[in-house]
Design a protein around this ligand. Structure first.
Ligand SMILES: *Cc1c(COP(=O)(O)O)cnc(C)c1O
Length: 359
């Protein structure tokens, strides 16, 4: 089926066999067939998220798990630190505040990464239960060094839980959850995982579950202890799971592991290099501060002042959809996603089209 190819940072392209898996007949979610599907998925999801601890799957988008993270990690009278370097860090701050958490927000200029010393400086005030960090700020194309942040936090603030939004990077970039000692990593199905929207995945540490025991009012739908209780009892999920999407996930996990995680990460990096070279050779600049460019989405500074909406419309006519800049960055930047199913060959085809426009 011919369709415009998505070079936007979500939803992303989906392999035909993954789409097809959603048409399988329905299963009762208390049936053995469903339990086999669900418990068969979890070990492979752990492999992809690089954890031997806990993984959870929710029928929600990734934002639901931003909510789960703060609701399960932050006790009354204690604070959460929200590092905000773009639109999704801003959202996590709003999610924290609207869930009644005492939130301290640190703003970082858009285009800059979240730096370990900034996290340390803010935590030094004391009284924090957790810090939220967006690994790959999709709005700016900046990828922060979560490993370095985690090292410093563990050293200086060992009781602070490290909550990471990896919505647009997980599976496309190596994020060793256990090795870095992260406490919760959340992601969505429709970005680098290359699935339809509607599922969210989390890796969760033992430490985070222990903390949740001491947090009242965790809510119901996103209570990690409830999810854990059902899983441990062999009862899958408390509420009705998104069966069709789980069928798609089942197929996609096999595809991801068949490609190999190392190969998948390398493919994303190769795409990034190609996008950088194209942008620079055409007289553009990269929006992110040097050394912190995302490996899944390239945010290009429109220093040539090209007519971005016209370029997007031109590409659309040729069957390719790229992204404008986010919010205030609209027309000042544009974004080319290279995550999930997309690779260097797709980008080469896109750049032929964009070159036609620029000529
Ligand atoms: C897309 C995105 C989100 C929002 O995810 P939803 O699945 O739409 O809720 C959050 N954080 C980042 C970094 C994103 O790219």
């Amino acid at each position: 089926m011919s369709h415009p190819k998505l070079f936007i940072p979500g939803p992303t392209e989906i392999a035909p066999e993954v789409l097809q898996a959603q048409t399988r007949p329905m299963l009762g979610h208390r049936s053995k067939d469903f339990a086999d599907l669900f418990y068969g998925i979890l070990p492979r999801l752990k492999q992809v998220l690089l954890t031997g601890q806990h993984v959870y799957i929710t029928a929600s988008s990734g934002t639901g798990l931003q909510e789960a993270a703060v609701r399960n990690a932050v006790r009354p009278g204690r604070k959460v630190l929200n590092m905000v370097a773009g639109a999704f860090g801003d959202r996590w701050n709003k999610v924290s505040v609207s869930n009644g958490k005492e939130a301290v927000r640190v703003d970082i200029p858009w285009g800059q990464p979240i730096r370990p010393e900034d996290v340390h400086a803010a935590l030094a005030a004391g009284g924090f239960d957790a810090v939220t960090i967006v690994h790959n700020e999709t709005s700016t194309g900046v990828m922060s060094d979560v490993g370095a942040i985690a090292r410093l936090v563990h050293k200086k603030h060992p009781d602070v839980l490290i909550l990471v939004d990896a919505v647009s990077s997980a599976s496309g970039v190596r994020i060793p959850f256990d090795e870095w000692g992260l406490d919760m990593l959340l992601t969505s199905s429709q970005k680098a995982f290359a699935l339809p929207p509607g599922l969210a995945f989390a890796a969760v540490s033992d430490r985070m579950l222990a903390r949740a025991q001491n947090v009242p009012n965790r809510g119901w739908y996103f209570d990690l202890l409830m999810l854990e209780k059902y899983l441990a009892a062999g009862k899958t999920t408390p509420a009705t799971p998104a069966v069709s999407l789980l069928n798609a996930l089942d197929v996609q996990l096999d595809r991801i592991l068949a490609e190999g995680l190392e190969a998948r990460w390398a493919r994303h990096e190769a795409s990034m290099k190609l996008a950088h070279a194209w942008a620079r050779e055409r007289g553009f600049e990269l929006f992110p501060s040097s050394g912190y460019e995302s490996r899944t989405v390239t945010c290009i500074a429109n220093v040539r002042s090209v007519d971005v909406p016209a370029m997007i419309a031109f590409a659309r006519q040729k069957g390719m959809i790229i992204g404008n800049g986010y919010g205030n960055l609209k027309n000042k930047t544009f974004r080319i996603a290279h995550m999930g199913e997309l690779g260097p060959d797709d980008l080469r085809a896109l750049f032929v089209v964009l070159d036609q426009f620029l000529a």
